[in-house]
Ligand binder design. Sequence first.
Ligand code: GCB
Length: 618
Amino acid sequence: MLYPIENKVREVKNLCGIWKFKVDENNVGLEEKWFERPLKDAIPMAVPASFNDLVTDEKVKEHVGYVWYERDFIIPDSWDDKRIVLRFGSATHHAIVYVDGVEVVSHKGGFLPFEADITSLMEHSSVDKHRLTVALSNVLDWTCIPCGEVISKEGEGYPEGFQFQETYFDFYNYSGIHRPVKIYTTPKKYIEDIVIKSEVKGLSKEYRKEKCCSIEDYKKLEKSEGLTAKSAVVKVQIQSTDAVKAIMVLDEEDAVIAMETKFRVSEKDGKKVYTTEVQLEAPTLWNPGAAYLYQLRVEGETDVYTESFGIRKIEVTDKQFLINGKPFYFRGFGRHEDSDIHGKGLDDALNIRDFQLLHWIGANSFRTSHYPYSEEQMMLADREGFVVIDEVPAVGMCFWDGQQVFGGNRVNDETLNHHLNTLEEVYQRDKNHPCVVMWSVANEAATHEEGAVPYFKKIIDRMRSLDDTRPVTMVHTSGADGDKVSQWLDMICVNRYYGWYTDHSHLEVIGLQLENEMKRWYEKYKKPIILSEYGADTIAGYHKMPAVAYTEEFQCDYLREFHKVFDQLDFMIGEHVWAYCDFQTKQGLNRVDGNKKGVFTRNRQPKMAAFLLKNRWN
Ligand code: GCB
């Protein structure tokens, strides 16, 4: 799915701002057809934003079910001969969208874009002003990802109608229209999709000299790969109803450095697919911390689209993750899209602050735990040279008390279908981002259960069939001995909290337990490992000597114990501290206003551990 852009033949209208908002207290809006008329008794609401932290009424904040959004929009006469598309960057979690009372699209899943072609509706309309209504449900159950369950309780001790949204994941179930809503135009015949895959044919001399390894190592690499140095083949596939005439590659100075006008044309699902490739001599590679972005300009008879891309090579061996031939060690964090007031709503200023802090601390990577982040953030990561493990929202698929999740009436075929569909959507959205080096198909699923085996075989197979250019991983809570699915993964990600959730505050157990366990994973699968989460809740400003749990000193000591082990094991290829920032969760006995494992506060200020990591990572 292409991002909406403006150029000489395409226009974009941004519908962000203040909308009308109404909570569907009794969830009767669909039945009463609220979409047929303007919403009554609505309050103003910001888009994009989570609604939860903007309101003062707890009932609204914690509402389970539908909320309604509405605003007007105008289509200029100058768009009469255009194709008109209404697009949501995301709406959390399940949306039904109406224009002038007519349903135009519905979407399941809260973290990915969806759109509706509203051209014919606009053509047949005589009104000046159109009403856009969104019915948005935040209910999570076992048919969707993330998984959840609405729990009702009755009987003595419970008021009538007592119910709440149970979630089996550790972040607040923020809801709302979280990412921009736009209307964009294309010509009637248009470029629908572009897939760019580049193949590095040998690594450039400059790269070898400046960044990589000794000449000997470089020669070994060249020999083992049988490649000639200094070129790249950029393979392009364009799905288009417009006849494609040419593609051009532009460098960062906007100079055209390659062009092709010949295509192989085939048909897929009744649509024309144009395939071609160009060869680039001495390409500048996209490197972590040194991003270089080319532009691919596709010219059709009437439409034009420009997509940016980077050239880089990813390989995984039994002990290494190589980017452009150089072993890459992941330094960074698991994060959340989360902040005060905005909740999970897109905030460009916040994203800039985050990337500034990530650079400052010496991080080179992060995981989009536990759902795809905004397109705007992915573009920034491309530009800023961050390496991203792109995770789908398959979280909440594990109980820690032995109850089964896969099979029975929990994870079921509907969940599987939604999960498969989400893989497809995230691939469609993020496939051309050079920052994305790997897909994570789940976080902490019960991979020790028999039922997880056929489930994840299908999931991993689908991810591979979608993308043959990136490795696939998933993030584990299960132990090495119990895990039944990692034989299909390219590398292993493990979350561990020794000395915190187990043997609480005993730092002396961390080294031993971590080393033993990491060795077990490696012996079993012979694949490189990232410790994708480790950390301790820490109250900013809380100090004690000697250190005790929750103090800033303890967080530093805690991280240090893990680092000692990482530095000894050559198959460990990364450390992602949990978490980048403090973040909001549901209320819980061990959550005092959220999860406090942040190395930065929720307000993006450093705790002591930030300086420890800065020292280590720089
Ligand atoms: C985990 C989860 C993460 C939690 C974290 C914690 O394993 O993946 O979502 O926030 O532990 O702090 O408990």
